[in-house]
Design a protein around this ligand. Structure first.
Ligand code: GRF
Length: 200
């Protein structure tokens, strides 16, 4: 049984998609055992609590400096004996010590078809603003393994989503979440839990 930890910062709709997929059996051989947010007000924490999953807030603001936070966060995740860490809208930079401790076992959902619209400054709504600015007709989402470079590790899954006339960043973000993110992340977790990516 794969022990999964989910790191969040916001509304938690990707976390909810994972929790629902475990409940419905779309994800097998895995359980979400821990949720961490850097934002005490993140609705994602409420979603975890409602699902009976251990959840806590751990923020850089609680520490004298970023190095102390990075060490404390990494230590906590090791303590939870996690097999897989899922970044679901987690807006904190992942430190090298955490990547080393969980080499190949941290995945991230990014709301574009990497290598488009990714890297420094590309997160959340900004990604969709840039896609609309560029005038792409197709965007989507990507699940990739996290390494030391931003949005750079091996790509596990991608799904294309149409850009429609009149789309605003908000409308496009919602369509990418509904038609791609909420499908890809559970599929990636189920694939890892059942050895379909050859990394068990
Ligand atoms: C979404 O914008 C998603 O594209 C990105 O971070 C945000 C997470 O949203 N990965 P939620 O907290 O899962 O609702």
């Amino acid at each position: 049984m794969l022990r999964v930890g989910v790191l969040v910062s916001g509304g938690g709709t990707n976390l909810q998609a994972i929790l629902d997929a475990v409940k419905s059996g779309k994800i097998t051989n895995a359980e979400v055992v821990y949720v961490m947010s850097n934002n005490a007000d993140a609705y994602a924490l409420k979603r975890a609590e409602k699902a009976g999953v251990e959840a806590e807030c751990m923020s850089p603001k609680q520490f004298p400096d970023r190095a102390a936070f990075n060490t404390a966060m990494t230590r906590r995740l090791i303590e939870k004996k996690l097999d897989l860490i899922v970044l679901a809208g987690f807006l904190v930079t992942i430190p090298p010590e955490m990547i080393q401790a969980f080499r190949g076992r941290i995945i991230n959902i990014h709301p574009s078809l990497i290598p488009s619209f990714c890297g420094k400054g590309y997160y959340g709504l900004k990604v969709h603003e840039k896609a609309l600015e560029r005038g792409v007709k197709v965007t989507g989402a990507t699940v990739h393994v996290v390494d030391e470079d931003l949005d750079h590790g091996p790509i596990l899954l991608q799904k294309a989503v149409e850009v429609l006339p009149g789309d605003t960043p908000e409308i496009l973000q919602r369509r990418v979440m509904e038609q791609a993110e909420w499908i890809l992340l559970p599929a990636a977790i189920d694939g890892i839990a059942n050895g379909r990516f050859g990394q068990n």
